[in-house]
Design a protein around this ligand. Structure first.
Ligand code: FES
Length: 265
């Protein structure tokens, strides 16, 4: 974990209330792994006091990138940052995706801005597992909410989309696209998005052996185990206990969590 002072290089809209930010922060770029996150300070002052947890969307050539939705004051201030602004960043943090396994296919499943960790993962799979098929199943409210779709079309070998209004791809839920990929246990799955999407994946996985890691996005105030704001219910035999997702996650094998007990957001 490193404390860094980054320099904003790019901060551009990628859809309704969503932005892509490239930050020059070489020390962090050199060690970050797909699935990790960073705590990004949104202002010099005390309001908001806490940093925002953002998935690392990419890390290449001294840059770290974030794809984020504007959902409150902190991310609203982030959206106002200009190239050349300084931004304090703590990271990389958390457990990365466990993707260095032989697999027939790596299948990423994303809902809206839940796609944020996947450019980094898709790039790593392309570079480190050449010849392996990487599939992006991408859902959003409308075409406009399929953020950075062109980037996924470049990085993944196959992209399938679903929208609530049918404006791009399948007219329905992204999890409707999942079943053809569950028949072969050599397919590894990765998912990030709203909790109802996790619940749907959890149900569809019943009777299938595919490994499936999810990246959870709870509220995080500190990012390093001090505040207990980020707990999720993890299975413990027939019971469960709450664990800090900033320390044990944010990536978990879906079967290790009680996603049925997680709040919807
Ligand atoms: Fe503070 Fe996890 S974010 S304990």
């Amino acid at each position: 974990m490193l404390r860094n002072m980054g320099i904003v290089v790019v901060n551009r809209p990628i859809g309704p209330d969503a932005f892509w930010m490239d930050v020059e922060v070489p020390d962090m770029s050199a060690v970050a792994l797909p699935g990790q996150f960073a705590m990004v300070k949104c202002s010099d002052g005390l309001d908001p006091l806490t940093s925002r947890p953002l998935s690392i969307a990419d890390a290449v050539d001294g840059m770290v990138s974030f794809a984020y939705a504007v959902v409150g004051k902190g991310t609203g201030l982030l959206a106002e940052m200009q190239p050349g602004d300084r931004v304090p960043i703590l990271g990389p943090l958390g457990r990365p995706f466990d993707y260095k396994h032989a697999a027939k296919r790596h299948v990423m499943i994303a809902g809206g801005i839940g796609s944020a960790p996947f450019p980094f993962l898709a790039r790593a799979l392309r570079d480190e597992a050449p010849g392996t098929e990487t599939v992006m199943l991408y859902g959003g409210r409308t075409r406009d909410y399929l953020f950075a779709l062109e980037l996924f079309e470049e990085l993944a070998t196959k992209v399938e989309t679903a929208t609530d209004d049918g404006s791009h791809g399948h007219h329905g839920l992204v999890t409707d696209l999942l079943m053809p990929y569950l028949g072969d246990a050599a397919n590894r799955l990765y998912a990030c998005g709203p909790t109802p999407m996790f619940k749907s994946i959890d149900e569809k996985l019943e009777g299938h052996d595919n490994p499936c890691e999810i990246s959870v996005e709870p509220i995080m105030a500190c990012g390093f185990g001090a505040c207990y704001g980020c707990v999720v219910p993890k299975r413990d035999g027939d019971d469960y206990q709450f664990v800090k997702s900033c320390e044990q996650g944010p990536t978990f094998e879906i079967r290790d969590l009680r996603v049925d007990l997680m709040g919807s957001h």
